[in-house]
Design a protein around this ligand. Structure first.
Ligand code: 8YV
Length: 332
């Protein structure tokens, strides 16, 4: 593939509004086109934007599929994603076209783990139900049997995907008295397992039968698509809970709704969904689920740090270096 020039002041298109400080810095450094009204781009708008820039900065709301990448303009050389997950980008098509892809790992780990931990506590303790009852003016006062949930202390937490976020969840959960179990493509080094008090399960199915709460923290790839399906849900304990703040497509949502309705598992906490922002109405009618609008990394600090990473990746690329967060296909 011929080596292309890297412009000193590249044309950068950003699809959504970013924190003010990030946009201001981008405007200083790059010939940047920012989003004016923050609307998610339609496929036609995405196609037009990909014709007209050296660097494209999408978010999880932009489905940059193979066709869009193949029809991108010749000047497009870098897709600097604002976000860690890259399942909305066709990495194979980008590689074939010689387009580098980078992301923003690391800076949203702690915030996302906080949200996962909040769901791990909120679901068994029925926090959303309690809040709803109070706001509806239906709270009649304390009662010995009112809104009883399940203790978290002493229970077993199963972590599916033990990357940065999974480990940060483990550290929090340990402090809350949960024992840590995990399934991952690769086993963690012994020292890390010891530090987290984590037990490795090479077989996901065996771990599912054992744990009281399951949290999904893996990336969404072809290997993890619908990994938690009807069969796997049926292996879980009837009083078990499930939390997903990773990607909606790792969990078969129809199977989950069916399992929740039939009491196959006891409850769920979700921050992510297939086809966001669509929400299956059946989920809304279930009282044993806590539903959040994909806000795992939604902190002021985190979003500025993500923007800083995007800028650092673009600058390294402009200077002729490999962006520090280049995504290698197959490793996402
Ligand atoms: C981001 C996320 O806010 O980074 C990710 O993978 O899921 C979110 O927390 C989002 O992706 C921004 O594009």
């Amino acid at each position: 593939m011929p080596v292309k020039d890297r412009p000193a002041r590249p044309r950068v298109i950003v699809t959504r509004r970013l924190p003010e400080a990030v946009e201001a810095r981008m405007a200083e450094l790059f010939d940047v086109r920012l989003s004016e009204d923050d609307h998610p781009l339609s496929p036609a708008e995405l196609a037009a934007a990909l014709q007209d820039c050296d660097v494209f900065v999408p978010t999880v709301t932009d489905r940059v599929n193979g066709d869009l990448i193949r029809s991108a303009g010749e000047r497009l050389q870098l897709i600097a994603n604002f976000g860690a997950g890259t399942d909305h980008l066709d990495l194979a098509a980008a590689r074939e076209k010689g387009i580098i892809v980078s992301n923003t790992p690391g800076v949203l780990t702690q915030d996302t783990a906080d949200l996962v931990m909040a769901l791990i506590l909120a679901v068994p303790r029925r926090l959303a139900e309690g809040e709803k009852l109070l706001r509806a003016g239906q709270w009649t006062g304390w009662s010995p049997t009112g809104l009883q949930g399940h203790s978290v202390t002493g229970k077993k937490l199963g972590i599916f995907g033990m990357g940065r976020i999974g480990r940060a969840v483990a550290a929090r959960a340990r402090a809350c008295g949960l024992s840590i179990h995990y399934h991952n493509r690769r086993r963690l080094p012994e020292g890390v397992e010891q530090e987290l008090g984590a037990r490795y399960w090479p077989e996901l199915d065996a771990m599912l039968a054992e744990v009281n709460i399951l949290t999904i923290n893996s990336p969404h790839t072809s290997q993890t698509h619908d990994a938690i399906d009807a069969r796997r849900l049926s292996l879980m304990k009837r009083d078990a809970y499930l939390v997903n703040a990773a990607r909606g497509d790792i969990l078969d949502q129809d199977a989950l709704i069916d399992a929740l309705g039939r009491g196959v598992i006891s409850g769920a906490g979700l921050d992510v969904y297939p086809n966001e922002p669509e929400i299956d109405p059946r989920l809304l009618s279930l009282s044993n689920v806590v539903l959040l609008p994909h806000m795992g990394s939604a902190t002021f600090e985190g979003r500025v740090a993500m923007g800083d990473k995007v800028i650092a990746n673009i600058r390294a690329w402009v200077d002729g270096h490999r962006p520090p967060d280049q995504v290698l296909e197959g490793w996402a």
